[in-house]
Design a protein around this ligand. Structure first.
Ligand SMILES: [Zn+2]
Length: 417
């Protein structure tokens, strides 16, 4: 079943992540089965389940689901890291790359740190749940027999689904990191100077990735990060070099002033963001000048000031370049009810068409802050449409005032076109 998924994925990186997921889930199932047979089925008898029994069981599980499991999947893990790294670089330089010393070092770093998190998963995460269940069992004074059965059920039930979710996220993480390490070397070899961060914008996109979307980063920053990661001696050091940042730490900051750890995705566990070569924006999306409205609060101004003209252009390319924008779930009804009559549209379909038309052919475009988040306003014939940072429509409203009134509370993305 999983294999079929891997084949069905169109995107090559999704396919590699799915392949890794196959390896991990199959391996995990086998390791768990072995652990149940060798460790948990040995918990027998009518005497009470004791603290000592719990400790012994945890230790034995830690070996089987930690070190042994890591050894079992080490070879296929390295294979997928290498393939991903290679494809990541090939995408940029367009020919099959030969590996140099820096690539071997990068791969060695990836394997060392990735295998560490496989080995540690039980001790740092699942182990807590094993312990928690054990505490309950001891408190309730259950027998060893009963405890064993509870553990068997848990390992086939909630422990398993918890672990599977982890391995799925982990697979995306490994592929994202390996791909970006390969890409950065690709940018260097191709003589690229800047790349652009592209998040997958949908309902699952994290705040940090929406904040990073469209940002333009100098290749030398990515190289600096890559070299620091290669030099890192422990997984803890990797975390210090590229910590998971909160959106507040990024919002309103110029890309040139961001922490070096943000030069490359992943920005969090299970991250889907990528980098691509940055090209100056197509004429149609080019923002030539930013004009801050006089009525913007200081905070709004600061938040909106994080991106340059070119980075706002990247956002316009993302939004206006979409074939068919849709409404965010649940906002169509309410927005339609409120403004349909004033806009003289007779159906939701007409309302949606108006929204799409405004985004495709606006007279003016603005950015605004609402609820702490950026929104884009496309103003034209018949009203203005508002699009959120997930590239979803959230409303169309009438407006018959002057452009100066519209601009006063917003950032005007001025275009010469
Ligand atoms: Zn992400």
């Amino acid at each position: 079943m999983r294999k079929i998924w891997a084949i069905l994925r169109k995107d090559k990186y999704d396919r590699l992540a799915a392949e890794l997921q196959d390896v991990l889930l199959l391996g995990w199932n086998q390791a768990t089965k072995d652990a149940i047979n060798e460790v948990i089925r040995a918990i027998k008898g009518r005497e009470k389940f004791s603290r000592e029994a719990l400790n012994r069981m945890s230790r034995e599980l830690s070996i089987r689901l930690g070190l042994r499991f890591a050894n079992r999947i080490a070879a296929p893990l390295l294979e997928i890291e290498t393939a991903t790294y290679e494809v990541g670089m090939k995408d940029i330089i367009k020919i099959k790359p030969t590996f140099h010393l820096v690539d071997q070092r990068a791969l060695e770093m990836l394997q060392r740190h990735n295998i560490f998190w496989v080995r540690e998963f039980f001790d740092r995460q699942l182990g807590e749940q094993v312990e928690e269940l054990g505490r309950q069992v001891i408190e309730q004074g259950l027998t060893r027999e009963q405890a064993g059965q509870l553990y068997i059920d848990a390992f086939k039930g909630r422990f398993q689904s918890y672990s599977w979710r982890y391995w799925q996220g982990y697979s995306n993480h490994v592929v994202t990191r390996s791909r970006e390490m390969g890409r950065i070397e690709g940018y260097v070899r191709a003589g690229v100077e800047f790349y652009e961060v592209r998040a997958v914008l949908d309902y699952r996109t994290t705040d940090i990735c929406r904040e990073m979307h469209g940002r333009i980063i100098p290749v030398k920053n990515g190289v600096a990060l890559r070299d620091k990661l290669i030099a890192a001696e422990s997984p803890e050091e990797v975390k210090e070099i590229a910590p998971w940042m909160k959106p507040e730490q990024v919002r309103g900051k110029k890309s040139s002033r961001l922490n070096i750890g943000l030069a490359l995705p992943p920005y969090h566990f299970n991250c889907r963001s990528r980098t691509v070569i940055w090209h100056p924006p197509a004429e149609a999306y080019r923002v030539d000048e930013l004009e801050y409205g006089k009525d913007l609060s200081r905070n709004e101004k600061k938040t909106l000031a994080g991106l340059t003209e070119e980075e706002y252009s990247n956002w316009l390319a993302t939004i206006q370049g979409r074939q068919k924008l849709n409404f965010a779930p649940e906002s169509l009804e309410a927005a339609y009810e409120r403004d349909a009559a004033k806009l003289k549209v007779k159906s939701k379909d007409e309302y949606l068409q108006l929204a799409r038309r405004l985004v495709k052919k606006p007279k003016q475009i603005f950015a605004q802050i609402a609820g702490g988040e950026k929104q884009f306003v496309f103003w034209g014939e018949g009203g203005y449409a508002v699009v959120n940072e997930n590239a979803q429509l959230i409303g169309v409203h009438p407006y018959s005032g002057r452009v100066s009134g519209m601009a006063a509370k917003r950032l005007w993305l001025k275009r010469k076109l």
